[in-house]
Ligand binder design. Structure first.
Ligand code: TPP
Ligand code: MG
Length: 249
């Protein structure tokens, strides 16, 4: 990591589990801010509660509001209204943003609040022990679904676009360059932007779904990705269970 990038970090050591995809997402967020040359005195991070919510606070050396579970977008909306000149980034988890916080998310998109919301989607409630989330794939095992999840997961990018977002993008953390570029594009977008990072969780998702090692878990995530443009020419059965990656605008 270069000295310029290091200057964005507040801590020397992370508390993330070994192999957590959120660490790669942290790198992408910091790179995006650095490459855009953002003035960190005019930058505010907002997060809720969960492992992903630790990405800005304590890791990033900029102001951050570490708020209540599910309420990151609500706090960010208030902060943006009071200080519209601040670049305001929400970084939080799939559970935080789309389960308990789902209503705040869709209404911020509908109102086109000028936020960039970055979701670390590990398909599970990681921090609290691996419960099923609104993003857990059908059939996946979790603490609350030991025989497999029955319900279809949200397509978060489609949800926010339907609600009125200006820009959305989905990438796995195994593809850090397009992920970073989409975060940059989200920040530059005036109005509501949403970036979903598919982020492997070895400790809860990987262990419960019997991935033998990190390589297999990361390969499995990457192999499930399908470019959105290709998916448009395929049947619903063919794209079942795949992550449609790319930009939505
Ligand atoms: C009102 C409220 N309900 C539930 C909790 C417990 N809780 C904290 S984080 C969390 C889920 C976090 O999952 P996610 O947002 O996906 O983040 P991850 O840890 O997976 O990165 C839950 C249920 C809480 N802190 N407050
Ligand atoms: Mg999660």
């Amino acid at each position: 990591m270069t000295r310029a990038l290091e200057s964005w970090l507040r801590v020397e050591q992370t508390a993330f589990c070994p192999g957590c995809g959120h660490g790669i997402l942290l790198g992408a967020v910091v790179r995006a801010c650095d490459e855009l040359g953002l003035d960190r005195r005019r930058l505010l991070f907002v997060s809720g509660i969960g492992c992903a919510a630790w990405i800005p606070s304590p890791h990033i050396a900029a102001d951050s509001l570490h708020t209540l579970h599910g309420r990151a977008v609500a706090y960010a909306t208030g902060a943006k209204l009071v200080q519209p000149e601040m670049t305001t980034l929400v970084v939080s988890g799939d559970g935080d943003l789309s389960s308990i916080g789902g209503n705040h998310l869709i209404h911020a998109a509908r109102r086109d609040i000028d936020l960039t919301v970055i979701c670390g989607n590990n398909q599970i409630y990681g921090m609290t022990g691996g419960q099923t989330a609104s993003t857990t794939p059908v059939g996946a095992l979790s603490a609350t679904d030991p025989r497999g999840n029955r319900y279809r997961p949200f397509d978060l990018c489609a949800v926010v676009m339907a609600a009125g977002a200006r820009y959305a993008a989905r990438w796995p953390v195994t593809r850090p360059r397009p992920l970073t570029d989409s975060i940059k594009r989200g920040i530059r977008t005036p109005g509501f932007a949403f970036i979903e990072a598919i982020s492997p969780c070895p400790t809860q998702f990987g262990r419960r779904n019997r991935y033998e090692d990190l390589t297999r878990l990361y390969d499995a995530v990457d192999e499930r990705c399908l470019p959105r443009e290709e998916a448009l020419r395929m049947s619903p059965e063919q794209i079942e269970g795949r992550y449609l990656v790319g930009e939505y605008d």
